[in-house]
Design a binder for this molecule. Structure first.
Ligand code: FUB
Length: 300
């Protein structure tokens, strides 16, 4: 098997090659990783235009597959090619992304589909899958084959995706953000829990993990656990502390060849910062009780 991750593109500016393993990509700025195991423009804003794909067999040597999708894929898109997630189902690949709409500029979630993970990806609907101004889609397919689409900032929302992966059943559900489930935030007038954005769901044994970017806008990564894909969630605290020059972080957890990994981003490259971020990866370890050992950035 091969580990791949899709990221959004931040800048085509070339930077000098470093010697450390992190960041994973040292020739362009990258952000918002979404790892998947599969066989086989810099500007003073988050003004990204396209999504790139990288793959590895050994977590050390990375192959760049180039741009696999861009704003031009979506006829209704204006700008902001933000944090997406690709998932495989029934031999096809579904790529969920937040984009701003040409009509009015609000954020919405689109879905594109391809027969190969490398694309070409085609807009599956010709319009947004969900259209409620919120961002950062994350897909989780449970053992019973039910797929969930989670997303949101400042809310945390989900829907049950249908087997076709491009439609959903029932209403959009809003997760209740309580201190018990997502930790108390005292520093913000309206956001009273740590949850900010970038949800990521995974399962290990009987435990479901909801990790997320927290405590904007000096973000760290935190997590909660629950007995099902819809909770109820119990707050577990910090997964990765904030460090370095990026004020956002965005995580993705995956197991590859028996080892668990946390993908994230920071500002570790020369010239790096909040709008010139880089994807990094660290090994992740669980405690016997299922909690996750806090992960340190190896380079920030
Ligand atoms: O990259 C743009 C936005 O910044 C993402 O959608 C968020 O998760 C944050 O990383």
């Amino acid at each position: 098997s091969r580990l791949m991750f899709a990221v959004l593109f931040l800048s085509s500016l070339l930077v000098g090659l470093g010697t450390a393993d992190n960041p994973v990509v040292q020739t362009i700025y990258t952000a918002d990783p979404a790892p998947i195991v599969h066989d086989g423009h810099g500007s003073p804003n988050f003004d990204m235009r396209d999504w790139h794909l990288f793959s590895t067999d050994d977590m050390t040597n990375w192959q760049h597959h180039g741009v696999v999708m861009s704003l031009a894929t979506f006829s209704w898109a204006k700008e902001r090619a933000w944090a997406g997630h690709v998932v495989a189902r029934n031999g096809r690949f579904y790529y969920y992304v937040p984009i701003s709409k040409a009509d009015g500029g609000a954020m919405a979630i689109g879905v594109a589909v391809a027969d190969a993970i490398t694309g070409p990806y085609v807009d599956a609907l010709g319009h947004p899958l969900v259209d409620n101004t919120e961002i950062d889609p994350a897909i989780f397919i449970d053992d019973d084959s039910q797929a969930y689409l989670y997303w949101g900032n400042p809310s945390l929302l989900y829907v049950l995706l249908n087997e076709d992966m491009i439609s959903y059943s029932g209403n959009i559900q809003k997760v209740e953000l309580t201190a018990e489930s997502f930790g108390a935030r005292l520093s913000h007038p309206t956001r009273t829990t740590m949850y900010e954005e970038g949800p990521w769901l995974h399962k290990r044994g009987d435990i479901y993990y909801m990790s997320f970017a927290a405590d904007c806008c000096q973000e760290n990564l935190q997590y909660s656990t629950g007995p099902s894909a819809t909770g109820p969630w119990t707050y577990r605290g910090i997964l990765m502390d904030r460090e370095g020059s990026s004020f956002t972080n965005h995580g993705g957890i995956v197991q590859f060849q028996g080892q668990d990994y946390l993908f994230y981003h920071n500002g570790a490259l020369p010239g790096g910062g909040g709008f010139t971020r880089s994807v990094c990866v660290e090994a992740l370890y669980y405690n016997e009780d299922g909690t996750i050992q806090q992960v340190q950035m190896s380079r920030s």
